[in-house]
Ligand binder design. Structure first.
Ligand SMILES: [Ca+2]
Ligand SMILES: [Ca+2]
Ligand SMILES: [Ca+2]
Length: 168
């Protein structure tokens, strides 16, 4: 994974790279540990044992990062977003997993602080979820999840406390 720091004048510094497990596929930023510095969550498409993982990188506040941990997700994560789904002030994660036909799901990981995340809630959304995005689709102030699958767009409405129900 490479990061290009923006000089603020439209130019970028030389790339700084960080090792992450095989196949970094998607990246989300958020202050996961609440120290005021933006951190990163990287979805690793080819993790060990056929399972996917998300590598957590702690932002040091000067544009550099250090690996802070990882969380296990479903096979072949392809897309990740960060948003405070349960409204506790800590950014949570939603991950789309292609799964090679075994688990084509969205997993929602609630942030417990200190780069720890709760066991995920899983939502089956259909064939090949490719992209996950966040928007407040029903205007209730709670971030909802949109998923583009191979066949359709799925909207998961946030019913609070980080639980979701598919929109009909
Ligand atoms: Ca942080
Ligand atoms: Ca949260
Ligand atoms: Ca909403």
């Amino acid at each position: 994974m490479g990061i290009f720091l923006n000089h603020g004048d439209g130019t970028f510094a030389s790339q700084v790279t960080y090792p992450v497990p095989r196949g970094p596929m998607s990246i989300a930023a958020g202050d996961f540990d609440g120290d005021g510095n933006l951190d990163l969550a990287v979805a690793d498409f080819y993790a060990a044992d056929g399972r996917g993982s998300v590598t957590l990188l702690r932002g040091k506040g000067d544009g550099t990062f250090a690996v802070a941990g990882s969380i296990v997700v479903g096979p072949n994560p392809v897309s990740i977003v960060a948003a405070d789904f349960d409204g506790d002030g800590k950014p949570d994660l939603a991950v789309a997993e292609n799964g090679g036909g075994t688990g084509e799901t969205i997993t929602v990981h609630r942030n417990l602080g200190g780069f720890r995340f709760a066991s995920p809630d899983r939502y089956v959304v259909g064939h090949i979820p490719n992209v996950v995005a966040v928007a407040d689709m029903d205007g209730d102030g709670k971030p909802d999840i949109l998923v583009a699958t191979a066949e359709r767009i799925v909207v998961l409405l946030n019913h609070g406390a980080g639980s979701f129900v598919p929109a009909q």
